[in-house]
Design a protein around this ligand. Structure first.
Ligand SMILES: *[C@@H]1O[C@H](CO)[C@@H](O)[C@H](O)[C@H]1NC(C)=O
Ligand SMILES: *[C@@H]1O[C@H](CO)[C@@H](O)[C@H](O)[C@H]1NC(C)=O
Ligand SMILES: *[C@@H]1O[C@H](CO)[C@@H](O)[C@H](O)[C@H]1NC(C)=O
Ligand SMILES: *[C@@H]1O[C@H](CO)[C@@H](O)[C@H](O)[C@H]1NC(C)=O
Ligand SMILES: *[C@@H]1O[C@H](CO)[C@@H](O)[C@H](O)[C@H]1NC(C)=O
Ligand SMILES: *[C@@H]1O[C@H](CO)[C@@H](O)[C@H](O)[C@H]1NC(C)=O
Length: 514
């Protein structure tokens, strides 16, 4: 029996090696499967519609972020206790007519400032990690970009002024997020309320984004939502909408696949026969439990599916996750000195920079405020509430079937923890109006113009059109990219996003992908 437990951190994302406790329902998990719970938005008392906020403007080339365009930070209260921190950058090109893109990182417990400094933002850390330098390949080239640390308790976002507490489920987090947007577009920057809005996020944001958008669109239909900008598209980056299928269930595909013609593994560091045989043997039971989780949307059932699948399948990966071993976020890299996180997600790198006194003071925080790269306590509370285990496939199907919002899926081909092989099955499996034709389509190469203007293969794609929407659902894979794919292929993904959000850069066809 493999006794390795995952810590469900998807941004960053970790595995905690500990002895699994005996799960009381482990032996006979599904004796009586609960009925499928209806997908609905609970009616919460939203209280006041507008809450106070703070706003400070920074020099476009301030040391804290050499951005090259106007930048603002602030806090929006979403209840008497909870405040969400944001960092807003105007577009470098004609902000008033540029779209607004919201960016979220995952976890749960990972601040979105990770994406600001390491993936899509206008500045990156200097070589001493004690200041920043301008970065040309940023999404601010074509869009106003809004980074929000959330849920409350994560990064600079607070509950009663500290990092303890905060939402442990998607409905409460959605409610806070909605209040944030109402204040942000109603009061803080009303001049941007009419611009096209895109909503992007990575990893566990595959739970947040479909969850929040479903929450907001349902309320909009019921007339319960005060004016909020129209969401044009959502962008799901290495994002989990069905954690088991996107991850451990397809380790076999990622590590055991053999090219029939040459008889050799298709991956650089394949698993050995022992591991591949074990994965193959464990797959049917995991698949059955995962299907049950998707059908019931029941936290207990989904927790069992996770425990079983992550033990019987995930263990074969975790055996190799140690310093110098495999890095679950990128199959090209060796794990760094801090397994199972392996990469500098937590205290090092950007988080240590953001936690410097001069940065905190510039952002309006006390010197002794602790900015942490992962809020483990919040992460564990999402696990205890079981909401971490529940998929968002039905929320995403709702968005595809019931709203005009377009959906772009990006996935790094070197990501292991959220691997392309699994994601392809997840999206082929998703039940929505155009499922049958989407599933039938074959992947083709997509290209982007590199520095010399030469069209270069960036990965593969397939799309499906809705009755009136071209590229209603687009799935793009990214070559030479791990879990943080927009950071790993900054230039290609920046180009792609500029195209997707409606301003085809030079060299682009109107549909970007051909
Ligand atoms: C950053 O570190 C370098 C090298 O130690 C040092 O020369 C420089 O003064 C530091 N800058 C700041 C802003 O602390
Ligand atoms: C926040 O502080 C108030 C007043 O001190 C207290 O009543 C409340 O329980 C606190 N909330 C949390 C989540 O800690
Ligand atoms: C196969 O791989 C697993 C997981 O890395 C390892 O524990 C095991 O020792 C390997 N077995 C052989 C026979 O090499
Ligand atoms: C962040 O800064 C605070 C206050 O200086 C310090 O106590 C804490 O250890 C720092 N945390 C990290 C992760 O560096
Ligand atoms: C797709 O791109 C790969 C390189 O990434 C190339 O080897 C292959 O021939 C291309 N396929 C087509 C059909 O152009
Ligand atoms: C979607 O519509 C575009 C434009 O009409 C067309 O070129 C493309 O072939 C369609 N794609 C699919 C997958 O049907």
């Amino acid at each position: 029996m493999r006794l390795i437990r995952y810590q469900y951190i998807w941004a960053i994302t970790a595995a905690l090696v500990s002895c699994a406790t005996a799960w009381p329902f482990f032996s006979n998990p599904v004796a009586s499967a609960p009925k499928q719970k209806p997908l609905r938005v609970e009616q919460h008392n939203t209280g006041r519609s507008l809450y106070p906020y703070t706003l400070r403007e920074h020099d476009p080339n301030a040391e804290i972020c050499v951005a090259g365009s106007k930048q603002f930070t602030g806090m929006v209260s979403v209840s008497d206790e909870k405040k969400l921190f944001f960092w807003f950058f105007e577009s470098r090109n004609d902000p008033s007519s540029s779209p607004v893109t919201i960016w979220l990182n995952g976890g749960p417990g990972g601040p979105s400032l990770f994406g600001l400094f390491l993936e899509i933002g206008p500045c990156v850390l200097n070589s001493h990690n004690n200041g920043t330098v301008f970065e040309k390949n940023s999404w601010t080239e074509f869009s106003n970009v809004l980074f929000i640390d959330q849920p409350a308790g994560v990064g600079f976002s607070t509950v009663n002024g500290s990092n303890s507490g905060g939402p442990d489920n998607v409905v409460e987090a959605a409610e806070d997020f909605t209040r944030f947007l109402i204040t942000f577009f109603g009061q803080v920057f009303p001049q941007y309320a009419a611009n096209p809005l895109h909503f992007a996020g990575e990893s566990f944001a595959g739970k947040y984004i479909p969850g929040y958008v479903h929450y907001m669109e349902q309320r909009r239909k019921q007339g319960l939502l005060p004016s909020l900008p129209t969401i044009q598209s959502i962008i799901l980056v290495d994002a989990v909408i069905d954690t088991v299928s996107s991850s451990v269930l397809s380790l076999y595909d990622h590590f055991c696949d053999v090219d029939d013609e040459i008889g050799a593994p298709t991956t650089k560091k394949p698993f050995n026969t022992t591991a591949c045989d074990a994965l193959e043997n464990a797959a049917p039971e995991c698949q059955r439990l995962d299907a049950l989780c998707r059908d019931t949307y029941d936290g207990n059932v989904c927790q069992i599916s996770h425990e079983v699948c992550f033990d019987t399948l995930g263990g074969w990966l975790m055996d190799d996750v140690r310093e110098g071993g495999r890095d679950p976020y990128d199959d090209r890299k060796a794990c760094g000195p801090n397994p199972p996180i392996c990469e500098g997600f937590e205290g090092e790198g950007y988080a240590a920079y953001v936690n410097r006194s001069e940065v905190k003071i510039a952002l309006g925080f006390e010197e002794d405020y602790v900015f942490s790269g992962i809020n483990w306590d919040l992460n564990q509370r999402w696990e205890r509430s079981k909401d971490i285990f529940v998929p968002t496939t039905r929320e995403l199907a709702y968005i595809l079937d019931e709203t005009p919002i377009r959906v772009l899926v990006l996935n790094g081909n070197n990501d292991i923890i959220v691997n392309t092989e699994g994601q392809k099955r997840v999206y082929d499996h998703l039940s929505w109006r155009r499922q049958a034709s989407f599933r039938m389509h074959r992947f083709r190469n997509w290209t982007w113009p590199n520095e010399d203007g030469k069209m270069t293969v960036g990965g593969q794609f397939k799309t499906a059109n809705d009755t009136e929407t071209v590229d209603k659902l687009a799935f793009m894979t990214i070559n030479e990219a791990g879990h943080t794919s927009p950071g790993d292929q900054r230039q290609a993904v920046t180009w792609l996003m500029g195209c997707w959000t409606g301003a085809p850069p030079q060299g682009a066809d109107e549909r970007c992908f051909v």
